[in-house]
Design a protein around this ligand. Sequence first.
Ligand code: IPM
Ligand code: MG
Length: 361
Amino acid sequence: MKKNIAILKGDGIGPEVTEQAIKALNAIAEVYGHTFNYTEGLIGAIAIDATGNPFPEATFNVCQNADAILFGAIGHPKYDNDPSAKVRPEQGLLKMRKDLGLFCNIRPINTYKVLANSSPLRADLVEGVDFTVFRELTGGIYFGEKGRKDGGNTAFDNCQYTREEISRVCILAFESARIRRKKLTLVDKANVLETSRLWREVVKELAVKYADIAVDYMFVDNAAMKIIQNPKYFDVIVTENMFGDIITDEASVITGSLGMLPSASIGSKVGLYEPIHGSYPEATGLNIANPNGSILSAAMLLEMSFGLIEEAALIRKAVEDCLNSGVVTSDIIKGSKYTTTQIGDKVAELIKTKKKELLAM
Ligand code: IPM
Ligand code: MG
């Protein structure tokens, strides 16, 4: 198979973790005889420095011409404490999502045995947790009209959803539930918000067509509690943009390491894959960041954009093998001396030398 992959390394630790994911992709290409061509594009603070624009036209073109996109992270502390900054790295991320039509963000939350004691929750609550959040990504309060009035003393952010925006992401969530444990939870705030009432209406209508799926409805405040009290309750969650932003951060920490989690953003012809952690500026250039979130994002890319199921499984097994044998960064085992690049090298080596053994695991 011959494919073009856009590489957007972005800011902070983005470049160093993405490079490890590329090592894994190259190892897969070698083992299975695929050809992956990479084209880089600038995004985020680094793109502002170079061009004044956090998502330059050239980067959009690179993405449009690719078969899939691997993305690192964006964000730089110099913008975080400056509410008056006219151009911000995050604008590049939102514009990219909108311009590329990436309306559905998928964040799988699963746990690893070796990490059970790293979770802030009791191990018995965490072991076996396996759910996926489908977050609407190009609508809602993030993209509604916003502004100031009354001489700047009143601010507003409008939240709006169309039936079409809701149903297209819900259909993807229903389809996923169908091949998982057949349970779907809509997280909303239908006791207060009109947009949430429309979400319920649409999900109720779809539920008739997906009669094999058990559907339930949960207010977001209650869901926030339940994710902590009984995370095993969930299979597939579907929710609007801002609720999804908040509960996926909450869900990610119960796994014990934010550094392990991948995500996918899909919707139009080209999907985008990225670790769910941010740019982690304090660790930039130190070669200590956990690259597994990015490596596992490459696995999601192979599976979802290219249909390469076995190749994706092999990457996941190689990552698990590293975890089980203690080849991990210090966020997983305190004091561990393994570096970002060493993890990347080890995963690539396992893919190349231990394919049969790993796939039999
Ligand atoms: C995320 C991030 C972004 C979001 C920020 C950086 C704009 O938190 O991808 O979850 O809120 O969507
Ligand atoms: Mg977020």
